[in-house]
Design a protein around this ligand. Structure first.
Ligand code: C5P
Length: 231
């Protein structure tokens, strides 16, 4: 049986391989993340097929950022599909526009605070104001919630700090950077196990390579579902 707290990232090279993987995973996984790489190669059609023909939930990771009118129009278009989650950058004007576009639909808008691949030097390069990155992440999360975000994307380390914000009450925290004990880290540096990410306040965890690169993806996903069942 699946557990929709687990979201598997479909970061495989193309939609055909994604369908093959979802077939293998079967009823062990009910929720998938489709990212930009897949979106530029038929990802929206894949999302539709997984929703309509396989009854799956979909998180579209588009990280939208543009002027308000454009974000609103883009989200209004996407909201016609039965998607569950969509990411936008956490700037309040972007979040407000996305919420306008999703008005009346079930689509949840998740805000990206600061990409976890960025360090202080990158923020300096981008003229982002001084301060500890973790503090800025928490502050941006608070502002995104105030602008109406249904949730935020956060590393497991940030999840507990964000969960403690009064504005986080009733909002979602979705956490990538999750590795089952013993799994290869890949390029993820600050990781947590599925159970500890949930314990830190995450509502959903996003796991990619530990599932799709596994010799037996279904067994890898099932092991995570079994771990979550113990919490
Ligand atoms: O393979 P892995 O489990 O590291 O995949 C995690 C997924 O979450 C990837 O799709 C990655 O792009 C995404 N992600 C992330 N860290 C973020 C935001 C998104 O790893 N801060």
């Amino acid at each position: 049986m699946s557990d929709d707290r687990l979201i598997v990232a479909l970061d495989v090279p193309n939609a055909l391989q994604a369908l093959k993987l979802t077939d293998q995973l079967g009823d062990a996984v009910s929720f998938y993340k489709i990212g930009l790489g897949m979106l530029t190669g038929g990802g929206l059609a894949l999302a539709n097929e997984l929703i309509a023909e396989h009854g799956k939930r979909i998180f579209l990771d588009m990280k939208l950022f543009d002027i308000g009118a454009t974000v609103e129009a883009a989200v209004r278009g996407l909201a016609q599909f039965d998607l569950d989650f969509l990411t936008v950058h956490g700037d309040p004007h972007v979040v407000r526009a996305a919420k306008e576009g999703a008005a009346g639909k079930d689509l949840k808008i998740l805000a990206v605070t600061i990409l976890t691949s960025l360090d202080r030097g990158d923020l300096d390069d981008g003229l982002i104001r001084a301060g500890d990155v973790a503090d800025l992440v928490v502050e941006r999360a608070g502002r995104a919630f105030a602008a109406g975000a249904d949730g935020v994307i956060a590393s497991p380390q940030e999840a507990a700090l964000i969960r403690a914000l009064p504005e986080a009450e009733g909002r979602l925290i979705v956490t990538p950077g999750v590795r089952p004990a013993g799994a290869a880290l890949g390029d993820q540096k600050r990781v947590a196990t599925p159970a500890s990410a949930i314990a830190a306040g995450a509502d959903h965890i996003v796991v990619g390579r530990p599932v799709w690169q596994a010799a037996d993806p279904r067994a890898a996903a099932q092991a995570i579902v079994d771990e979550l069942a113990l919490i």
